[in-house]
Write a protein that binds this ligand. Structure first.
Ligand code: MCA
Ligand code: AMP
Length: 485
């Protein structure tokens, strides 16, 4: 089966069905196929191509065109700062960048041929291009590690198809579903689950452009059947439900949805319970990673259990292992999650060392997530192996890349970065800074702006704490565990 079957022959009523809607822009399947195929004909094979991934219909056309042409797409965060963008461009070496006409692109992309994306191009449905091989790379998605710059996870068509079909099975996801979300389109959650998911099923997606509780209420009350979000979004919905001045119709909207799904980070039990009490609906969680796509999930016909991420999805093998990699005897003990299955990536671009370190000889992926198993197989994530990974607003952020960016600032002599609990973001990036001149420490907002400009705004420190010296052990290693507010 092709990756996007509904685009194969979008004629008649199937072709007239709305595929995506962003504000005023609505594309039917016929329109999306025509625009994407017109663009696909222009793409330089074998690619890859970078996609300026604003939350717009143009991004959908660009990604679908690349998928139709069999050219790997590298979605770029349009807010990426100079240093990170230069790394992604150098590492992925795109043959062109795809963006809507009129978008101003940053200098790091100036050297690339530009191909303008139009949602109105193409006037006829062309014969479907031949389906590329299932193992061919579809997307390269950049994801942070503990140290160094982000790595490009190469995702084959096979993994995308397998993961989306496992979610179809778990959630009884059909072409009648209308998904509502406001996730960014340069990560797995928003792009693969949130856009390619509905397109694979022949259903519809309404993207809010940017998250708002009003937008969620409006779209769910206007035919939306499912909501996908990160825990920060559900936290804001829980707050809005409790606020007498919150958006009109929000309770009804959430109560009427078929599925409310949270992922990318742990949903706090408190927010889960507040939403359940106000709406009668329980949010269901699923657990995934950029490298593995989706691993577990609570089923639509299953029992949501706050604090758990459900059981392994169809086709996914999951086990817990000890520190030395041996599978745990006692399933109720804490171990690291390893997963194996058709949902896995093929490796990190240009990083055979990192790929080899992430996978065991027999193909298990080391997630770095620590968990226990409930007797019925539900997974409870209890923490992460690496203290140098921070999940803030659902974004994975490496402490090392922020420390390096801070050290580039002339006012910083030493820096350490940690994550601290935050009711809204889950974790908040905290920078511990030894100023070059103790009498004139660089202001916190200046350091935040510096990190935002070098890396990404979501990686900026939300709190800066100044120290005379960083705590170090006898070997000179920074003792991060003793850094807390
Ligand atoms: C603020 N801004 C700045 C600065 N300060 N810009 C430059 N310099 C600064 N110093 C800007 C920001 O860019 C943003 O711009 C606005 O101010 C607000 O920023 P922020 O406070 O960071 O955003 P927020 O409103 O708190 O965002 C919360 C959020 C967001 C909407 C929940 O965190 C989000 O979209 N999270 C989703 C992450 C995600 O999709 N993760 C999936 C990866 P502007 O106002 O223009 O926006 S995980 C994954 O894919 C796996 C597979 C999985 O399991 O799902
Ligand atoms: P990323 O690399 O950005 O794709 O993030 C993947 C990581 O997000 C996983 O390794 C987990 O630590 C975390 N994660 C994703 N979904 C969940 C969830 N439902 N509950 C807890 N953590 C999650």
């Amino acid at each position: 089966m092709p990756l996007l079957p509904a685009l194969q022959d979008p004629t008649g009523s199937a072709g007239a069905r709305e595929a995506v809607r962003f504000d005023e822009t609505s594309l039917s399947y016929a329109r999306l196929a025509a625009a994407a195929d017109a663009l696909a004909a222009e793409l330089p094979a074998p690619g890859p191509v970078a996609v300026w991934a604003l939350p717009t219909a143009h991004t959908v056309v660009a990604v679908v065109a690349a998928l139709r042409a069999g050219v790997p797409a590298v979605p770029l965060n349009p807010k990426t700062g100079a240093r990170e963008l230069a790394h992604v461009v150098a590492d992925s070496a795109p043959a062109a960048v795809l963006a809507a006409a009129g978008e101003t692109l940053p200098p790091a992309l100036a050297g690339l041929p530009r191909i303008n994306v139009s949602t109105t191009a193409g006037d006829a449905v062309r014969p479907a291009p031949p389906e590329p091989s299932p193992e061919s790379p579809a997307l390269v998605v950049y994801t942070s590690g503990t140290t160094g710059p982000p790595k490009g996870a190469v995702l084959p068509r096979r993994a995308i198809a397998a993961s989306l079909d496992a979610l179809e099975d778990a959630w009884q996801w059909t072409g009648d579903d209308v998904l509502v979300h406001a996730l960014p389109l340069f990560h797995v959650h928003g792009l693969i689950l949130g856009i390619l998911g509905p397109l694979r099923r022949g259903g519809s997606v309404r993207h809010l452009g940017r998250f708002s509780t009003e937008g969620v209420a409006r779209e769910l009350n206007d035919g939306g059947t499912m909501l996908f979000g990160v825990p920060t979004m559900y936290h804001r919905l829980a707050e809005a439900l409790a606020d007498p001045a919150g958006p009109e119709g929000l309770t009804k909207a959430l109560a009427g949805a078929r599925l409310l799904v949270s992922g990318s980070a742990a949903l706090p039990v408190h927010d889960h319970e507040r939403i359940a009490a106000a709406t009668g609906r329980r949010v269901i969680e699923r657990y995934g990673m950029t490298e593995t796509l989706m691993n577990t999930g609570v089923r639509a016909d299953g029992a949501p259990r706050p604090g758990t991420v459900g059981a392994p999805l169809r086709g996914v093998e999951l086990r817990l292992v000890e520190e030395d990699g041996t599978p745990l005897d006692d399933p109720s003990a804490i171990g690291e999650i390893q997963v194996r299955g058709p949902n896995l990536f093929t490796g990190y671009l240009n990083r055979p060392d990192a790929t080899a370190a992430a996978l065991t000889a027999d193909g298990w992926f080391r997630t770095g997530d620590m968990a226990t198993l409930d007797p019925d197989g539900y997974v409870r994530i209890v923490g992460r192996k690496a203290t140098d990974l921070i999940k803030s607003g659902g974004y994975k952020i490496g402490a090392g890349e922020i420390e390096n960016a801070l050290l580039d600032h002339p006012g910083v002599r030493e820096a350490a970065v940690t994550g601290e609990p935050d009711p809204d973001l889950g974790e908040r990036v905290v920078a511990w800074v030894v100023p070059a001149d103790p009498a004139a420490p660089p202001p916190a907002d200046e350091l935040a702006a510096h990190v935002a400009a070098q890396l990404s705004p979501h990686k900026r420190p939300r709190t800066v704490r100044y120290l005379d010296a960083l705590p170090r052990n006898d070997l000179g290693k920074i003792m991060k565990r003793s850094l807390h507010g």
